[in-house]
Each structure stands twice: as C-alpha cells, then as structure tokens.
Design a protein around this ligand. Structure first.
Ligand code: 6PG
Length: 354
C-alpha cells in the first residue's frame, strides 16, 4: 500500500489512530476568512457540546495565523489547534456561500489519502476498513449504521464483503443498511443502487430485511425523499442530523458525489437530511442525502478508481474549482474522519513520493 505525500513541504504525517497517510490543509487566516464572509467575534464556548473538540490540523511550510475569537495566534507546521464547537457550529449556520462552507469544512476536518495498486486491492482494502468500522461500532454501541454508495465502483467492495474471506468477520444481524442516494427506478431495475447492493451483498448475508432502509426509487422523488427522511428520523431520533457510523461515497467525473451534482439547489440545503431534485445535467431526478446529513457521519470513505477520475480527484483535493462546480469538496465530517481510498490510476495526477 502506497502512502502518498501530496506536497512534501505542506504535509505532515497524521498520527491519529486509524488515520494513515498525509494531509494538506490551506493555511487559514483572518484575511482568508474575511474574504470568505466570516467575521470572528469573541465567543462564549458553550457547554452544549461534547468535550472532544474537533482538532484542526494546521499545516504550513512557514508560519500562519488562526483567528479564533478576538485572539489571533501564530501556528506552526503540524500544530493542532482546537476549535471550540461553537465556532464550528457557526461555520455551518452562518456560511454565506458555498465557498465559505467549503473553506469551513476544509478548516475543520482531518482527511487522509491512501493509494493502492489497482481496483482489486481497492475493493479488498475497503472491505478491511468496512469490517473494522463495523466491529468497532458494534462493540461500542451494539449496531453499525452504514450508508452505501451506488455507481459501479463499490460492486467490488460488496462482493468482497460477501466472500468467504470477509463474510464471517461481521455480525450482519447488527448492521443497518442505508443509501447515500438513489435513482428514480424500482428496486429490481438495473439502474437501482439498491439492486447493486442487493445482488452483490444483501442477498448473501443474514441482515434482517427490516434493517435494510431502501430509498423508494419507484415513488415520486420528492415523496420518496420525504419518506426516507422520516425513516431516518425514526432511526436517529431527534438529533439535528443523522450520525451514520460510515458513509461510503464515490466520485463522479464532474465532481459529484452521492447525488450532489454541480450547480444544483440541493448543495445549499442546510436543514433537510434527504432531498430530491431534477438534475438537468443528466436529465433525471435523483434522491440524495444532503451535505449536512453526510458531514455528521463518524467516518466518510470515498472509493475512487480508474484513470478517468484522476483529474477530477486532483481538483477536488486541491480545491482547484469552486465547490458549486465540485460538490465533493463540500464533504468533510464535522466530527469525524474523511478517508480517500484510490487506486494508482485515479491518483495519477498526484505527485507520488518514492
Ligand atoms: C450513483 C452514485 C454516484 C457514484 C459516482 C461514481 O448513484 O451513481 O451514488 O455518486 O458514486 O457517480 O460512480 P462510479 O463508481 O460508477 O464511477
């Protein structure tokens, strides 16, 4: 497995457990934030949030500045600066633009990139991580709540999980399956993301049917979105957003993920957990988890394979274009891990260290 260091002068090893790889992070300072529409005022740290502050890992080749409240403080390469959750919360509620939101998200989350040799190893590595996250969640909370992705890339992962090597390593009766998005198609339609997972995995494991929460693609999309959100609220209760243990995502060549497509209204959704929209670019309706619903997960894992994704991945990772054009840039767990798992072909644009 190759650990890829994107830019030696701007990356420090991640020493957080479970996170391996390198990360880069824009140096954020007053002028950057002001330009993005954020004005910091002294804030009272609320006791409303959990004690574990999300760490912001600041990576810079020189000195940078972070202004949190009235105090601007110098930071140095690799220093982790705790951000009071009030500040994070305000990022989310007050972001005036997608650019500010993307900056906020990039400001608050640690992300990792791991590159493996090919599609076979991609599926195998993803299955290893799926099993690890499942076992951790089941041990800690007695259940594992995972949102699956669609498209073609995850088929290999689902097949691995159903294989003799992995099938007996997870208590499937403790897992509840959800979807990140769905097409407007019945569950037995080749287009259906449910069918992809059912044929490759769900039909081969003992997860009770009542723990498989399908998006009803056969219904009118907006009704299906409302019904799915009601289902989710039944599982996650009165939380402001669902906290999935793991959300699996793919990356489209146009920078979409789940069904968050470029320049759509859905990108601006801050309250709903599930939305439906007619995507003009593909001439079809889609149902999707919204950005906040994804960004409140404990772990988010992108699976990206093939040379066709190299350019768009590089642009997403380096923030080359506005998040409205690259919705995958909006994915950054508020209090969780973001893992990018690529094969060499998809990481083609990224400078490799030998
Ligand atoms: C979908 C997916 C979508 C997918 C990307 C990548 O319903 O199509 O949820 O977001 O992950 O389009 O698709 P591939 O894996 O086929 O490249």
């Amino acid at each position: 497995m190759e650990i890829v260091n994107l830019d030696p002068s701007h990356a420090v090893p991640l020493d957080r457990p479970g996170c391996r790889g390198m990360t880069t992070r824009p140096v954020v300072n007053d002028s950057t934030l002001a330009a993005a529409g954020f004005l910091f005022e002294p804030h009272a740290t609320s006791d409303q949030y959990s004690a574990s502050f999300p760490q912001m890992l600041v990576v810079t080749s020189g000195r940078g500045w972070v202004s949190v409240g009235a105090e601007a403080e110098p930071v140095r390469a690799g220093q982790a600066v705790p951000l009071p959750p009030d500040v994070l919360h305000r990022f989310w509620t007050e972001a005036e633009s997608l650019e500010a939101l993307a900056l906020a998200w990039s400001f608050t989350q640690v992300r990792s990139l791991v590159v493996v040799r090919d599609g076979t190893e991609l599926a195998h590595r993803a299955a290893e991580w799926f099993v690890r996250h499942a076992r951790e969640a089941i041990q800690a909370r007695g259940r594992f709540l995972v949102a699956l992705s669609g498209g073609s890339t995850p088929r290999g992962l689902y097949e691995q999980l159903a294989s003799a090597e992995f099938r007996d390593r997870v208590d499937w009766r403790r897992i509840s399956f959800f979807w990140g998005d769905e097409r407007p198609a019945p569950p037995d339609d080749p287009q259906s993301n449910h069918k992809l997972a059912y044929d490759a995995l769900l039909s081969k494991i003992p997860t009770p049917p009542e723990q498989v929460y399908r998006m009803e693609g056969e219904r009118a999309p907006e009704e299906a979105a409302r019904r799915y959100e009601a289902k989710l609220r039944g599982v996650f209760g009165a939380e402001p957003f669902p906290r999935f243990d793991l959300v699996l995502l793919g990356l489209g060549e146009n920078g979409h993920t789940a069904s968050l497509f470029p320049r759509t209204q859905m990108l601006h959704e801050k309250d709903k957990w599930v939305a439906a929209e007619h995507i003009d670019e593909i001439g079809s309706w889609r149902i999707s988890l919204t950005t906040p619903a994804i960004n409140h997960a404990a772990h988010v894992m992108f699976l990206v394979g093939g040379a066709g994704k190299a350019q768009v991945f590089f642009e997403v990772w380096n923030g080359a274009r506005a998040p409205a054009d690259l919705p995958a840039r909006l994915i950054a767990p508020v209090q969780g891990d973001l893992m990018w798992l690529l094969d060499y072909a998809a990481a083609g644009e990224v400078p490799h260290v030998e």
